[in-house]
Design a protein around this ligand. Sequence first.
Ligand code: DX5
Ligand code: ZN
Length: 219
Amino acid sequence: MTKVSPSMLSSDFARLGEELARIEKAGADWAHLDVMDGAFVPNITFGPPVIKAMRRHSGMVFDAHLMIQDPARYVDAFADAGCDIITVHCEAEGDIHEAMDRIRARGIRAGVSLNPETPVQRIEPFLDKADLALVMTVHPGFGGQSFIPECVPKIAEIRKIAESKGKRLEISVDGGVNAATGRTCVDAGATVLVAGSSLFKLDDMAPEIARWKTYGPTL
Ligand code: DX5
Ligand code: ZN
């Protein structure tokens, strides 16, 4: 079954506890937490203290997507805050191997992400340390953008590399995901669909999540 990770970026930040309960009740597998530093991307969202507060309201898997420079500096803070998966960008400044080693040292899952213009070769050196590869299908920074279809072949490329290594790897896609683009991504080898605006705009996202979960096959 495909996993669904709604992006809390599209939720009501004044009611994060209730919004987490809402996605959990709707059948979401993970909660996607977009952390932006105003340097790696031109937007600022939230950091460890807010995630720590969210943790008190939810037992869900927290899927943190760090769109920040020098992520190694903050791995411990995000792990302490209660993140279960921490994904860093291969394009970020700083030592990305060190960031991934630190995530693994905390006993949580490590992810590596790549922007739409970044070729797959750039994340290849990190895949041995990765439990998850996150393929951006919009330019990171904002929700509600249109899906960039040119990114889809990268999903299949990553899947092929993982298979050639005999490696179990989740591949998530993030940006402009809806019922149609999500299916295309799963067909290409994605196992996790991250979606903000297309889910949060619905009064009841449960039927949509249930439908997406039937997309397959997965790990
Ligand atoms: C964008 C974030 C995404 C964003 C997706 O930089 O990484 O997770 O919330 O939003 P939608 O699904 O609206 O494109
Ligand atoms: Zn994201």
